[in-house]
Design a protein around this ligand. Structure first.
Ligand SMILES: Cc1cc2nc3c(=O)[nH]c(=O)nc-3n(C[C@H](O)[C@H](O)[C@H](O)COP(=O)(O)OP(=O)(O)OC[C@H]3O[C@@H](n4cnc5c(N)ncnc54)[C@H](O)[C@@H]3O)c2cc1C
Length: 399
């Protein structure tokens, strides 16, 4: 009998998993709590290690239709005057080294692309998972719906791709170690025609300064500039992509910084504010027929812009591991998936931790030391561990 695979959560990771499983000849259904797929108005970096799996799904051309191809990334600048500290060239050199370009995109465009690639019957909206159980020969999900009705689904495999506040994770690793970072992220979009010229270049730019940093890049074919500003959180503790912040507070946080940043912020009409929490790697991702993927498995601080890329790497490996499995071999196949993916995702998670200390140094000897290291490095080659990773390897047969 064909394996019945239920994916809980229709974000970037859940949809990508359904696509990779389909490509492997497996039948997966995505259950998403929202009545329509939507994404916050914000940008996302699509690094080479995310582009290659998208190419494998045959989506490279579509990606190019709406994403901006970066000529440079991680262009670090000094907070006070915009002096360039270091640049990572991304164009031809990136393709030569890593077999793919690097893009920036609107999150909604990326999600819509994945949704279009998935047959409609494989996505069930308005399905909020409220419980998961398993027995020796199957798993069972309970969903609530907007009309307060409930429904149940029996399946052979459950993949929790339900994000940072995962319900499925509660069934696997309830006591995840969570630490408040002391920081929050403001995110907003600014119309390109109101942005300073330097923010329109196809470059991901990061301004480093004491206690905080500021990121911007153009998205949506250059029609918008995406802003992410990481600042001390004060008493803000809300961990939500959709919580509203105040543009005035964002602006006040960057008084005294290069005037071009004030010009960018002044053009924003609204902003979201997200408290940043750091999670330690989970002790396990899987139990029996249930496993995790994406932020549910390895939510990470955003300093490497790798969360979505890691969820897509997960998706590719998951499909490889479940290919050929049957109802009796699901559990070892999921263990195999976890054995391959957990070390890699945990490494990125742990490397993201602590990056803010380096990014947020006060002016002084340590900052001088950092800036001279930035100036003398070869950042594109130093990123080989991130961009060059092939998620399909190494592999061993399920035991
Ligand atoms: C400030 C910031 C900047 C970032 N920038 C980047 C970047 O540039 N590049 C990058 O690769 N990553 C970036 N990330 C990380 C990236 O956005 C996430 O890692 C990625 O979206 C995770 O995808 P996911 O599918 O695992 O989870 P999500 O995108 O959170 O999707 C989870 C889905 O599950 C649904 N859901 C939740 N609970 C239930 C339930 N009980 N039942 C059914 N459905 C449910 C939700 O509605 C949602 O649709 C950034 C993150 C932050 C905070």
């Amino acid at each position: 009998m064909t394996l019945r695979i239920a994916i809980v959560g229709g974000g970037i990771g859940g949809l990508a998993a359904a696509l990779f499983l389909r490509r492997a000849g497996l039948d997966a259904t995505v259950y998403e709590q929202a009545p329509a797929l939507r994404e916050v108005g914000a940008g996302i970096v699509v690094p080479p290690n995310m582009v290659r799996p998208l190419m494998a799904l045959g989506l490279a051309h579509e990606l190019q239709d709406f994403a901006v191809r970066l000529e440079a990334a991680w262009e670090f600048r000094r907070w006070a005057d915009g002096r360039v500290l270091s640049v990572q060239p991304m164009g031809a050199a990136c393709e030569r080294l890593y077999g793919a370009h690097c893009y920036v995109a609107h999150r909604a465009d990326l999600l819509a692309m994945l949704q279009r690639a998935l047959p409609a019957q494989q996505l069930r909206l308005d399905h909020r998972c409220v419980a998961v159980t398993q027995t020796g020969d199957g798993a069972h999900l309970v969903f609530s719906h907007q009309d307060d009705e409930r429904s149940e689904v029996a399946c052979d495999v459950v993949i929790g791709a339900d994000g940072i506040h995962s319900v499925i994770r509660e069934a696997i690793a309830p006591a995840a170690d969570v630490r408040f970072s002391g920081l929050c992220a403001y995110r907003c979009l600014v119309p390109a025609d109101e942005a300073p010229q330097m923010a329109l270049r196809p470059v991901q730019t990061l301004w480093l300064g004491p206690e905080q940093h500021f990121v911007h890049y153009p998205i949506s074919g250059g029609r918008w500039v995406n802003i992410v500003a990481i600042v001390p959180a004060g008493d803000w503790r809300t961990e939500s992509w959709t919580a509203d912040g105040r543009v005035a507070d964002l602006s006040a946080a960057f008084i005294g910084w290069d005037g071009r940043l004030q010009q960018l912020i002044a053009s924003a009409t609204e902003t979201k504010r997200w408290a940043l929490y750091d999670r330690s790697p989970l002790e396990r991702w899987s139990t029996g027929r249930i496993s995790l993927l994406g932020d549910a498995a390895h939510a990470m601080l955003p300093f490497f812009a790798q969360g979505a890329a890691q969820s897509i790497e997960d998706a590719a490996v998951l499909a490889d591991c479940l290919r050929g499995a049957d109802r009796d071999t699901v559990a070892p196949a999921l263990q195999h998936y976890e054995r391959i993916r957990a070390p890699r995702a945990s490494e990125v998670q742990l490397m993201s931790r602590g990056r803010e200390i380096r990014n947020h140094l006060p002016d002084g000897p340590e900052q001088h030391q950092r800036d001279s290291e930035l100036a003398s490095g070869d950042p594109l080659r130093q990123s080989a561990w991130l961009y060059g990773h092939d998620p399909a390897l190494p592999k061993e047969p399920p035991k």
